[in-house]
Design a protein around this ligand. Sequence first.
Ligand code: PLP
Length: 497
Amino acid sequence: MSDFATPRRKADTLYFQLAEELAQAIASGLLKRGEKLPSIRKLSTQRQVSLSTVMEAYRELEDRGLIEARPQSGFYVCNAAQLFKAPALTQPPSAPREVVTPAALWPYHASDIHKLKVDFGFAVLSPELFPIQQLQRLLAQITRYQPRILAEYGKPPGDMELRRHIARRALAWGGHFEAEDVLITHGCIEALNLCLRAVTKPGDVVAIESPTYFGLLQILESFQLKALEIPTHPQTGISIEALELATRNDQVKACLLIPNFSNPLGSLMPDENKKRLVELLASRDIPLIEDDIYGEFYRHGNRPRPAKAFDTSDNVMLCSSFTKVLAPGMRIGWVVGGKWTRAIEKLKFINTYSTPLHSQQTISRFLENGGYDHHLRRLRRAVAEQVDGAVDAIRRYFPADTRLNVPQGGFALWVELPEAINTRELLDLALVEGISFAPGELFSPSHSYQNCMRICCVEAWTTKHERAIQRLGEFCQQLLDRGRAPDRVQSAAQPIG
Ligand SMILES: Cc1ncc(COP(=O)(O)O)c(C=O)c1O
């Protein structure tokens, strides 16, 4: 038979063999996560193969999610996260629904929290990651030299210097707004509350990612707003096509999203999608409330741009805070409200009037003294190491068909376990040993995702955390074995005779 009749098998090609060899080196740990691969030219010389063979091999490994190209830098072994099967686009119910969140989010909530040995549940970074002494010194100076600061109300829009810093820093990602456009709030959560109140009334429908941060669901519930869950991809965020369909009739009155490193998925919406999102919503007169609280936690390249960067019609309300990046205890957030700025200012006046001045000035001085970028670089590195530790451990100890999207930023891991595992039950088992995480059902108003969990990597990875993941893996196995136990099998089987 001629060569035409029997095309060469892929496995016989040179590039594929090279790709296989490299894949094995990655699997065995010979090539480590994050390690740079030889340049295409170098490998082609080393292996005496053509440049195109190496390029093909690298492309094959990219397709398998094992390596990634970094602009102007070369090819790197991916974060272990990509070695998992990634979860697919979510498929939430398509009708809007009222939001009813549980009275207590976790069984241990508040009072039992101190009993936890390893807390993967809360998205609050450990105090060691923050420059507490510097902040303490600045706070002491401010209260010593301006004692009246504790006896004064601040002015409602906030400290002008701090607002200037926020506006100036936004230039780096293409944000063009003035200090006067920034309103300082009590954390990001107040910013989101104010925005929703400015553009909705009870009974309105708000489109959200699915899954989404339970704090957003609680706000919707408190304002008696209905949630419309939109299918969301773990890597690229909300499906623009699904949103386009959902907004064809007039039902959606606002959209509340976390495009950069969403909580809990960790998804990062590509710029192209952000642009389409902003254009779509502007054309349908639907305001976008954007929560950008995790935007600084990127692992590669530059800070991702918020959707606000594509906003030419003042239709995006950008909300963020210094909670995750600098000082959770200061409770300083902010909002750039676009065409709703005045309405939001009025609501701020009614809601809490102003935000504590000493907190605002402490943050402002810290930004001014120039240590902020250095701090962010260290923070990003530390957080990435924590995430890597968790990803490695999950790979080692969790059931074989676990799905995990290794996010390009942030510190939350969304883990999809085999269907038979209910993560509420898993949590009950874990809490007995002082281990916690957030069960998946908290992240959707339809209480979907019962086989999912969010693991927050909030402190330096140690053997204690390794052991906790190992125990979680063992509990998963226990639940799987129980599902397969003979009494269950018998009850499902047809009665004999
Ligand atoms: C997505 C998201 N938005 C807002 C918040 C709350 O922010 P803040 O503490 O600044 O009010 C959180 C806290 O976990 C969050 O994850």
